[in-house]
Design a protein around this ligand. Structure first.
Ligand SMILES: NC(=O)c1ccc[n+]([C@@H]2O[C@H](COP(=O)([O-])OP(=O)(O)OC[C@H]3O[C@@H](n4cnc5c(N)ncnc54)[C@H](O)[C@@H]3O)[C@@H](O)[C@H]2O)c1
Length: 362
């Protein structure tokens, strides 16, 4: 079970990002001392950090501006932590195709820098790493059929439960490779060095503080564009299906995972909305039309290479281990996101002109 957390703080790398800042808010709310390490390379992260700073009364928070590859900075930060959430990453498939070495450096070497700093400690903190469903590749050998608004898996059993962790690894795109390598290192450090590490292989996460753009964070990008009346470009026919997980549900899972890290060490878990929270791009747009009261303009372009046609997580391994289940429906999650955008406004968060997006940016 969980270690005594009396000494040490929770370190959240990438803590000013979308998922990171939601996690930090929760950790502060449950009384944890938190240190954030973020280099603010993601547009919107400064805004998230300002929001976090405004929450300081909730608890103890320190925000360090720096790079996860900087050993001299990372080592002392890790030595004072008793839980580490490693989220800092180059997150876009598109950018990874443009500069694969940068992608590798941040995602693979950055993760190894964190792991090595942990390995040097006599009482190593637990580590949760945020991996991706991209490690399972395009999954193109599974037959799908198109219906009006979405595609469906032909295999009824698989459709019912989703893809599990026994799915063979098949890294696609430089992003898939760098995250996949990091995923495997994190698991191996539990095996080789008895460090309490675990991996979440995450599907599409959405929610407040997600400053989505054309490369990553497509649900937020849809919403922000629709609110501004900007056209949405879909790559492919829009029938691609994902399981969507509201960020609050993910944060629940992350906190639970860390509290049982010593029992769960060395294991990977598929984490997403699961079979009950699936939607195609077209279905998300249809939901938006209902919620906003008008139809966003949609344009279509050819499908992007490597975009999974259908991916839905089987979350039962983590559910059985911890009792966790996704609680927020897609409709309710979108409603909460719209309420958040209404409260903060989103002007200036994207370049003018048509919006281009697919479902592959995760
Ligand atoms: N959002 C999703 O749907 C999704 C799905 C699967 C996996 N993930 C993973 O979850 C994690 C968080 O994703 P997110 O959606 O919150 O992305 P995000 O871009 O909002 O957050 C990542 C944060 O890391 C920071 N960062 C980037 N490079 C860094 C570096 N070298 N040093 C320090 N900080 C750095 C960025 O400034 C940013 O604040 C990532 O590891 C991502 O690969 C996200």
């Amino acid at each position: 079970m969980g270690r005594n957390l009396a000494n040490g703080y929770a370190l959240v790398t990438g803590g000013a990002g979308f998922i990171g800042c939601n996690l930090v808010e929760r950790l502060l709310g449950i009384g944890r001392e938190v240190v954030v390490l973020d280099n603010f390379s993601r547009k919107g992260s400064e805004r998230n950090a300002e929001w976090l700073a405004s929450l300081k009364s909730l608890g103890s928070l320190r925000i360090v501006c720096g790079d996860v590859r900087d050993t001299g900075l990372v080592e002392p930060l890790i030595s004072g932590a008793n839980q580490i959430f490693h989220l800092a990453a180059q997150v876009a498939v598109t950018s990874s195709l443009e500069t694969p070495t940068v992608d590798f450096d941040v995602n693979a070497r950055g993760t190894l820098t964190v792991l090595e700093a942990i390995r040097r400690l006599s009482s190593p903190p637990s580590l949760l790493f945020t991996s991706t469903n991209k490690v399972y590749g395009a999954l193109s050998s599974f037959a799908v059929r198109a219906t009006d608004m979405r595609c469906e898996l032909e295999d009824a059993e698989l459709r019912e439960r989703g893809f599990g962790e026994n799915q063979p690894l098949d890294f696609h795109s430089p992003y898939g490779c760098s995250k996949g390598a990091a995923d495997q290192y994190v698991l191996d450090y539990a095996r080789s060095f008895a460090i309490p590490t675990l991996v979440f292989r995450m599907s599409c996460i959405y929610g407040p503080h997600q400053w989505g753009n054309e490369d990553q964070g497509w649900v937020a990008h849809f919403l922000m564009s629709a609110r501004k009346g900007a056209p949405i470009t879909i790559y492919g026919d829009g029938r691609q299906v994902r399981d969507l997980l509201f960020v609050g549900d993910l944060v629940d899972a992350m906190v639970l995972a860390q509290s049982s890290a010593h029992d769960l060490a060395g294991r990977a878990f598929n984490i997403g909305g699961g079979p009950r929270n699936t939607a195609s791009l077209l279905q998300v747009i249809a939901q938006l039309e209902k919620l906003l009261g008008w139809a966003p303009e949609v344009r279509f372009q050819g499908a992007r290479i490597g975009d999974q046609r259908y991916y839905v997580s089987d979350v039962s391994r983590f559910s059985q281990a911890t009792g966790w289940r996704p609680g927020v429906s897609v409709g309710e999650g979108l409603r909460r996101m719209i309420a958040w955008l209404d409260s903060v406004g989103c002007e200036g968060m994207r370049r003018p002109g048509p919006v281009a997006l697919g479902a592959e940016g995760r």
